[in-house]
Structure formats: structure tokens, C-alpha cells
Design a protein around this ligand. Sequence first.
Ligand code: PDD
Length: 288
Amino acid sequence: MTKPLMAYVNNGFVPLDEAYVHIEDRGFQFADGVYEVVACFGGAYLDLEPHLQRLQRSCEAIAIDLPKSLDELQALVQQAYAKNPFDDAMVYIQVTRGVAPRSHIVKQKLAPTLVITVRELPKPSDEKLQAGATGITLPDIRWKHCEIKSIALLASVMGKQEAVKQGVDETFWLDTQNHVLEGCATNIFAVIDGKLVTHPLDHQVLGGITRDMVLAAAKSVNIEIQEREWSLDEVGVTECMMSSTTNAVLPVCYINQQPIGNGKPGAVSQKLRNILLQQLEDLRQSCA
Ligand code: PDD
């Protein structure tokens, strides 16, 4: 018999099937919470500290007191992984403001809800890697604090639903001037005249931890970086790629049914993907 998956809920581990929060949890009623997704390879976490620091920033931004110190959280993540030791794992951490009778404002201090689950990290298929990912664009219908990793993901769910309906992998949000911002669950880059271009960090994009890895990888091989607004119809766009904890960096070869460059994974995307994959492999070996 395989062991059941275990989840951390507030003060202890329980089988995932028995892991519940109260119906008056503000996460359930108001999406009043934040989250993180961290990858783990062979027991070694990819950038756990930056993820936990971002969780702390997200909590601070909405005035939730993180219920544990970052060291305690790190220890809990390790315990959660030890109970669900997938080779390639995805650790999900969620913090909500806590449980209270439904009212927009709560005057009393609540005990925040903390949940940690671990699942197998999904892998892009070989076909996807060979052909590259595909996407569509839609006007950004999200809120004006996308730098906060909020659990209020209805717009992203709608974006993903539309992507699935149109048979593509991701929806990329556009600002009112058609600048490409980011995907529903990814950051996006273009190669324009040989330079790696991505939207600057502001309230319209999440500061992706993988985005930082991609920028560092580009720097390490002397690819010029421009963090600036850009659009798909700009002259000189030859490649696009998207990044996230769950995808590393993946070439995006068709957007709105139009090929990007020659419609095949480009040299820069592949180079950056290989650098990231090597880093993940090194990380795995460091724990072997
Ligand atoms: N999403 N932008 C958005 C809107 C995201 O939701 C994510 C991640 C990213 C990439 O961030 P990172 O490189 O730190 O994973 C960018 C996670 C994976 C999710 O919601 O499942």
C-alpha cells in the first residue's frame, strides 16, 4: 500500500484526505491570503529562502502576521517534504488571515491559517519541449497589486480556462497599450534584436523567483538584458519564453496562432533553459 500524502494544517500533519480548514476561514470567504510554490529536486529546494522572503513580503503587504519565523517555516517545509518525498516535488504554502464570522473588517487579531502541501512537480512533455509552448493574449483584467502573491486568482483561472478552450498553454496579459505583462502563472520574456526583454517589476507583474534565475543566467552568458515595456508586434522579436517554478524556462513558439520568429524553440531560449536545467541537476546532486 502506498503511503497517503500528508498535509500540514495549522499545528500538525494530517493525511491530505482529512486536511480541512473552517468554512469561515477568510481565505475561503474573501481570498484573504497569500501563497508560495517552491520546487524541490531530490530533497534540495530551489531558492527556498527567496520564496519565503516573498511570502513574508506578501503577508506584510496585506497586514497578516506570518504565524511562524522564516526558520520555523523552513523546518516545516522540510518536514512536509520528508513526509511526501517525491523526486521532483512542488511544495505549496498558503497563509490566510484566519477564521472569523464573515465581515470585511475584523477588529480582533486572528490566528492566521497556515497550510503546507507537497505534490509531484508536473513535467512538460517531450512534445511540448520540442515544439515549444503556445499562448494567447487578453487584456489584463486582474487587480493593481500583482506584485503580491495573492490567492485571489479568479482572473488567472479565467485566463487559463480561455487558454484551454483555445487549445493553448497559457494566457498572457496585456496592458491598455498592448504591452505584454506576464502570464496567468508565468513571467514572459522576448528576444528582441538579440536582447532579452521583459516587463520591469511593478504592480502589474509578480517578481518571479525563476524570472531572477533567467536574468542571472542571461547575464552569465553575456546576453544583454532590458527590463522595459515591450509588445509582440515590435520589430525584431525573434523568440519568446515563459518562466515559473513549475516550468523553469520554456520557449513559447506561437501566440495568438502567430509564430514567434520561425515558430520553433530559439537558440536563446534553449540556451537559457539548458543553464537552468543544469542548475537544477547540480542542486539535485548536492543532496545526493
Ligand atoms: N505561479 N507570475 C504569476 C502571476 C505567477 O502566478 C507565477 C507563479 C509567476 C512565476 O513565479 P515563480 O518563478 O516565482 O514561480 C509569475 C505559481 C507557480 C502558481 O501559481 O502555481
